[in-house]
Ligand binder design. Structure first.
Ligand SMILES: [Fe+2]
Ligand SMILES: [Fe+2]
Ligand SMILES: [Fe+2]
Length: 408
């Protein structure tokens, strides 16, 4: 098993960019919540460790939401089913060693302070969770007023009043007091604009050191995000996992080194990350997409690449994942590369993606059996679209490939 040198902050930041896409129009919510929460905590003199955990949890706090429809509901100031996405997010983080310490904060990020106080939890956890809750409601209020006022500064008093009114009930008094201090200045509100908030978070990211993590830990981390993607539609459940396992296996069949096979597995897990931006209805649509809808779907592999390209140590994974819709004859997207310009690894991910999708149900057809899958792959290879050497390996190991592609 190989070791990867990765900055955890950088990975969380980049992958949270994918989460931000679920907002479709309301993007950067996670980053703004992290900024607001961190400003309050700094004002309160929190230790660097507490601040770090707060920041990471704040950036990821809505990881339980992959559906664009549900994201739209988050924008209401009060919302009945809010506990559902908290539980789902916490469960995802629980499954990952590196992110487990954040699970409790995410679980409680919509719990009112008067309830939270009665729970058996360390005070630092209660305060961090409540700080994320308060920051989240502040950003939602900004979103609601932004429609009516071009300049957020004009809504400053209105938003501050909304928070003060809930001092001691929804939010811890000490957190409200910290917010009142930091939100006094104009700069606090100007910094909530997109380019400033991205810069603020990017600075945090650059301050972290790279860690050596082994493949299993990295896979574990990456899987949190692939699960978010796959949860977007019932049809794509465990699609990424199947593509990952099959890509790894095909790498072995093609005689590639173990480390390359592991990277292929990561590329498989991450290849559809950009789909988080695609409205749910399009993935579930039981009819031909309109030209406009198809254009929306087509940008997902480009978005995958732009999210991953900034994670040092995963540059090649980003490339292979971002090229999974490229075709050998140049008919693919988004770069329209052709034979000789597409690496073997990208071609492997492309074949694994088609194979796994054919093995699953789609809104317009049922799952296909191995011989039918092979017939389609061979036809695609014959037409010069998929790599014929990779398809030949599949033909020689059809049942093993089929098993690798199925949910475990
Ligand atoms: Fe939120
Ligand atoms: Fe895709
Ligand atoms: Fe896919």
């Amino acid at each position: 098993m190989s070791t990867f040198r990765i900055s955890l902050h950088q990975a969380i930041y980049s992958l949270s960019d994918a989460l931000d896409l679920v907002g479709v129009t309301h993007i950067h919510h996670g980053k703004r919540v992290a900024y607001i929460a961190a400003e309050c905590a700094k004002q309160g003199g929190w230790s660097p460790d507490r601040l770090n955990a707060l920041f990471q949890a704040a950036i990821l706090h809505d990881c339980g939401v992959s559906k664009t429809q549900i994201h739209a509901r988050l924008a209401q100031f009060e919302w009945e089913n809010e506990a559902e996405h908290c539980g789902r997010g916490a469960e995802l983080l629980e499954g990952c060693d590196l992110l487990r310490p954040l699970a409790e904060l995410v679980l409680r990020h919509h719990t009112h302070w008067d309830v939270l106080q009665g729970l058996k939890l360390p005070q630092t956890v209660k305060l961090a969770a409540n700080c994320i809750y308060m920051a989240d409601r502040i950003d939602i209020s900004c979103l609601t007023v932004r429609g009516s006022e071009a300049n957020l500064l004009l809504s400053k008093d209105h938003i501050r009043n909304l928070i003060v009114d809930r001092r001691g009930t929804w939010f811890a008094p000490e957190l409200v007091d910290l917010f009142m201090e930091v939100s006094q200045s104009e700069a606090f509100w100007f910094a909530l604009e997109n380019e400033h908030v991205s810069g603020y978070v990017a600075k945090w990211m650059s301050e972290s050191e790279a860690l050596d993590i082994d493949f299993r830990e990295l896979r574990n981390l990456v899987q949190v995000f692939s699960r978010i993607v796959d949860a977007k539609s019932t049809f794509t459940r465990e699609h990424s996992d199947g593509v990952a396992c099959l890509a790894h296996y095909l790498g072995e069949l093609m005689g590639l080194p173990e480390r390359t096979c592991e990277m292929l597995e990561l590329a498989g897990l991450l290849h559809d990350l950009g789909k988080l931006r695609v409205p749910d209805e399009l993935l579930e649509k039981n009819a031909k997409l309109t030209a406009e809808e198809y254009a929306d779907v087509k940008r997902h592999s480009f978005d995958t690449f732009s999210i991953l390209k900034n994670i040092h140590g995963l540059e090649e994974v980003a490339l292979w994942a971002g090229q999974h819709h490229e075709r050998v004859d140049g008919s693919g997207y988004p770069y329209q590369r052709r034979q000789g310009q597409i690496s073997l690894e990208s071609r492997i991910v492309a074949v694994a993606d088609v194979f796994q999708a054919l093995a699953q149900t789609r809104p317009y057809r049922g799952p296909l059996e191995p011989p039918a899958i092979l017939a389609i792959l061979k036809d695609e290879a014959a037409r010069g679209r998929l790599d014929d050497n990779v398809v030949a390996k599949i033909e020689a190991h059809l049942m093993e490939c089929y098993r690798a592609s199925l949910p475990k």
